[in-house]
Design a protein around this ligand. Structure first.
Ligand SMILES: Cc1cc2nc3c(=O)[nH]c(=O)nc-3n(C[C@H](O)[C@H](O)[C@H](O)COP(=O)(O)O)c2cc1C
Length: 190
């Protein structure tokens, strides 16, 4: 027997995605965004509530960075996800995170995050059913050297990227390797 539920956003786990933008006065705003992901090789999508300070900043600057944080920074990532820059303009200063300006776009790069996508706004979709969607075109991806192994292989263990589980409203670690992708299935191939 399977129990049925009405449609709800429980596809799990989701990356904890941190959207960084500049406010009008040049200070940094950062928000937590679970709803979104990679659409194509170089297009990302964000599903945002239009009232967010981040949305005003994205519309003005036409760019943003999307950072993937480590679990060690999860308290700051949750904080900026429950407090708006509209009400607390200094919210980024209340975190222990550090930002520098991207060399490519007018948006902040959060130094602590292992992976950062520097994005231009490609397209904004405003739709009654779909809501407010930002499609970002990735210009470059920055990865801290300390998170790379030999031959530029990603050190996934060291990154300890944070995931969000909407099934039980928890943040989770990446977890152990279950099997090798594009490979373990070969055992079944006739
Ligand atoms: C785990 C988590 C996931 C979130 N995902 C989203 C999301 O996908 N889209 C969104 O609009 N808000 C999302 N939020 C809420 C925003 O991060 C929050 O409203 C934030 O305060 C907006 O900041 P701003 O007004 O400074 O831009 C999420 C919050 C948390 C804690």
């Amino acid at each position: 027997m399977k129990h049925t539920f009405s449609p709800r956003p429980i596809l799990s786990p989701q990356m904890v995605q941190m959207i960084a933008t500049y406010n009008e006065d040049g200070s940094v705003d950062l928000m937590n965004a679970a709803w979104g992901g990679q659409l194509t090789q170089d297009i990302l999508v964000l599903s945002l509530d239009e009232t967010h300070k981040t949305v005003a900043n994205i519309e003005r600057n036409k760019c943003f960075t999307l950072g993937l944080p480590s679990c060690k920074d999860i308290v700051d990532c949750d904080y900026v996800g429950i407090v708006s820059g509209n009400k607390v303009p200094e919210k980024f200063a209340n975190t222990d995170l550090h930002a520098s300006k991207s060399e490519e776009i007018n948006a902040p790069v959060i130094e602590e995050f292992p992976i950062t996508f520097e994005c231009d706004v490609h397209h904004i979709v405003e739709d009654e059913e779909l809501g407010y969607l930002v499609l970002g075109k990735v210009r470059r991806i920055l990865v801290g050297e300390e998170f790379l192994k030999e031959k530029n292989q990603f050190d996934v263990e060291k990154m300890d990227l944070a995931f969000f589980s909407p099934l039980d409203n928890t943040y989770r670690h990446f977890g152990d390797v279950a099997a090798k992708a594009f490979s373990c299935g070969l055992a079944k191939k006739k």
